[in-house]
Write a protein that binds this ligand. Structure first.
Ligand SMILES: Nc1ncnc2c1ncn2[C@@H]1O[C@H](COP(=O)(O)OP(=O)(O)OP(=O)(O)O)[C@@H](O)[C@H]1O
Ligand SMILES: [Mg+2]
Length: 166
């Protein structure tokens, strides 16, 4: 599970959860000789720490050399985005896997939906990571230049239009 959302809270140490982490690690074979294929439903009250627990598991798996991919299910009113988990997982795989004879492109809007500047967000979430191009105030941090050059991709929609309409 590679993260799509920046895991800022993993900068703070996880408290407790030793038992749950050990159980999950054991279930998938982390630390053992063989990875195991398992499905887990992790349920709990809002804010109880489900995401934090999984991030810790992901960090430990990565530290052990595992490839980890994350896909999210989101439900925005009428739009349930049913394929989002798969597009996230395979998109990440396409970017990271050392596959030959293929090319990966990022397709994204040219701007963000945030009400804070992109440079400010970068500084907060990835402190010390330099901004390598001018993205303007709300420009996307996702680089679509390669898609633009190779595929002629031009973003058709702006997040700012949706913000203005809401
Ligand atoms: N064991 C923990 N140690 C330290 N911080 C934790 C721990 N569990 C949760 N937190 C912190 O508490 C906050 C809420 O946790 P988290 O987002 O994981 O909850 P959640 O169950 O995924 O919530 P939701 O149902 O809203 O998705 C986060 O800031 C997270 O970093
Ligand atoms: Mg959560």
């Amino acid at each position: 599970m590679g993260d799509v959302a920046p895991p800022t809270d993993t900068l703070q140490p996880i408290l407790g959860r030793d038992r749950e982490l050990a159980a999950l690690a054991d279930l998938i074979g982390l630390g053992g000789s063989e990875p195991r294929s398992r499905s887990v439903l992790l349920a709990g009250d809002a804010g109880v720490g489900k995401t934090r627990l999984l991030r810790e598991l992901v960090t430990r798996a990565r530290d052990s050399g595992w490839r980890t991919l994350v896909g999210h299910c989101l439900d925005f009113g009428d739009s349930a985005l049913p394929y989002l988990p798969f597009s996230e997982v395979f998109g990440r795989l396409a970017l990271e896997a050392p596959a030959k004879g293929s090319a990966s492109y990022i397709i994204a809007a040219a701007d963000t939906v945030m009400n804070r500047s992109s440079a400010g967000l970068l500084e907060e979430v990835f402190p010390g990571v330099p901004l390598t191009r001018d993205v303007g105030e709300f420009g996307s941090l996702l680089a679509t230049g390669r898609a633009r050059e190779a595929l002629g991709f031009v973003p058709q929609h702006s997040w700012r239009d949706y913000l203005a309409a809401s």
